[in-house]
Design a protein around this ligand. Structure first.
Ligand SMILES: *Cc1c(COP(=O)(O)O)cnc(C)c1O
Length: 456
């Protein structure tokens, strides 16, 4: 944390403390003599990590929280409010309601019912729990590229789960979905706007059209991708899918993925506030639109960090969700970085790329080798070699069918078991675009080093 931040945090802490200056003084836990030594031990232990905050970390889905989020969280922790109930945190509950309303507004919802959660998993659990009550006796359907949490949640809830195959770009295959809907057994379709592995975007606009023919709910899992609705540079196809979000029944978006928040900040939004009745049986619907709503009455989780809401609220004041604003530009920059990396990979003789460019900010590619097996082995060694030079990528085992049909001629493409280990990079930091040359040089060097060591 920069000195500047400690300075403004310290001043804000004094401001906060002044609010209770009229209470008799008391002594809290003394830090103790060993505190400093222990913190240094902690620092020492924490060095055993990848440098997640640095732009050369371009591997998994990790984005450092904004300093304002870190400062606001720290400030709130001196009170440690619990957003389960108004008694546990009046101000932080009010801030949560405002912060969640800002998320709903981003999706153009004039009204909603929603709250923050510990993460996308719990938020999706609530969405499917409500879906299960509204569509009893029917199944949840999600694509084979949806987050694995959906099949596990369905099993926790005792709901049947159906996997819908994806097309060769990792998007839900509508020719496979429609016959499933025709069976009348599907009550809810989970549409992923931004899959976690490759950032593919299910064709939500076309799935909505199917609602004219079949009766089913739509839950959008936008835990990772939701904020891209603010980006102005999405492809027309991706834009059309995002523009359909306002018409769905529920949305999950994780401020701790792309919203610059520390972990512990997911959210669930329902379009119809009346679903609040499922959370508390003895309250009429009107209760849930009352101003004195207790968040604990519309949430399955009980105790939750009020500090998460405070951090999100503060970040939204600094970086509002305005198209064309600084926050939106950060997402545009990430998408632009992904397009540029994909372009360079496509031009390179070392690598193989999928035929269409990334829809959001996740890029994946394979190493150019005669078989998926040798390609996979090389991906692993390039990953290791790049890490030695401080470039941190990720690996993902992906279906061979994600690559053009003439890529590995002897490998059956229609066999979904047929996988190749790919290199993968989530370019979620706004700085990644500026750092692209650095990333590229290190990747090239690692490839030259490894490919040269293999007899072709
Ligand atoms: C990350 C993610 C989840 C799970 O969310 P957590 O916050 O990790 O619990 C669910 N769905 C998608 C699409 C995700 O990217």
């Amino acid at each position: 944390m920069s000195d500047d931040l400690f300075k403004i945090l310290n001043a804000a802490q004094q401001h906060l403390d002044a609010g209770s200056a009229d209470l008799p003084p008391y002594s809290a836990h003394p830090l103790g003599e060993s505190a400093s030594a222990i913190l240094h031990q902690v620092a020492d232990r924490l060095q055993d990590n990848y440098p997640y905050a640095h732009p050369l970390y371009a591997g998994q889905m990790l984005k450092p929280p904004h300093p304002i989020a870190r400062a606001a969280y720290t400030l709130a922790m001196s009170i440690n409010p619990n957003n389960h109930a108004l008694d546990g945190g009046r101000a932080s509950s009010a801030m949560e309601i405002e912060a969640v309303a800002a998320l709903a507004k981003m999706f153009h919802w004039p009204q909603h019912l929603g709250h923050l959660s510990s993460g996308g998993t719990f938020a999706n659990l609530e969405a499917l729990w409500v879906a299960g009550q509204l569509m009893p006796g029917t199944a949840i359907a999600a694509s084979d590229q949806a987050h694995y949490t959906h099949s596990r949640i369905s099993s926790v809830l005792g709901l049947p789960f159906v996997t819908v195959p994806s097309d060769d770009r990792g998007r839900m295959d509508l020719t496979a979905l429609e016959p499933l809907l025709a069976t009348q057994n599907i009550g809810t379709v989970v549409v992923t706007l931004g899959t976690t592995a490759i950032g593919s975007v299910d064709p939500l606009d076309q799935i909505l059209l199917l609602q004219k023919k079949y009766d089913f709910r739509i839950h959008v899992d936008a835990a990772y991708g939701g904020y891209f609705t603010l980006a102005s540079n999405l492809s027309p196809e991706t834009r059309t899918a995002f523009d359909a979000i306002p018409y769905v029944d529920s949305i999950v978006i994780d401020p701790h993925k792309h919203g610059l928040q520390p972990y512990g900040c997911g959210s669930i939004l329902f379009r119809d506030p009346a679903v609040g009745r499922f959370y508390k049986h003895d309250s009429p619907y009107t209760y849930f639109s009352s101003k004195d709503l207790h968040l604990g009455e519309i949430s399955l989780e009980c105790s939750r960090a009020g500090a998460s809401a405070v951090a999100l609220w503060a970040t939204q004041q600094l970086l509002p969700y305005t198209p064309g604003g600084v926050f939106a530009q950060g997402l545009e920059s990430s998408h632009a970085a992904a397009l540029e990396l994909h372009h360079r990979l496509t031009e390179s003789t070392h690598f193989l790329t999928p035929s269409s460019p990334p829809q959001l900010d996740i890029v994946f590619w394979a190493v150019n080798a005669p078989t998926p097996e040798t390609s996979s082995a090389l991906a692993q060694s390039i990953f290791d070699e790049a890490a030695k030079n401080d470039l941190h990528l990720a690996l993902a085992k992906l279906p061979v069918r994600f690559f053009p049909h003439n890529t590995w001629l002897d490998t059956p493409k229609n066999d979904s078991e047929n996988k190749v280990t790919c290199l993968r990079s989530v370019l979620m930091k706004p700085e990644h675009l500026l750092w692209l040359d650095h990333l590229w040089q290190r990747l090239q060097a690692a490839a030259v080093h490894e490919v040269a060591s293999i007899p072709q």
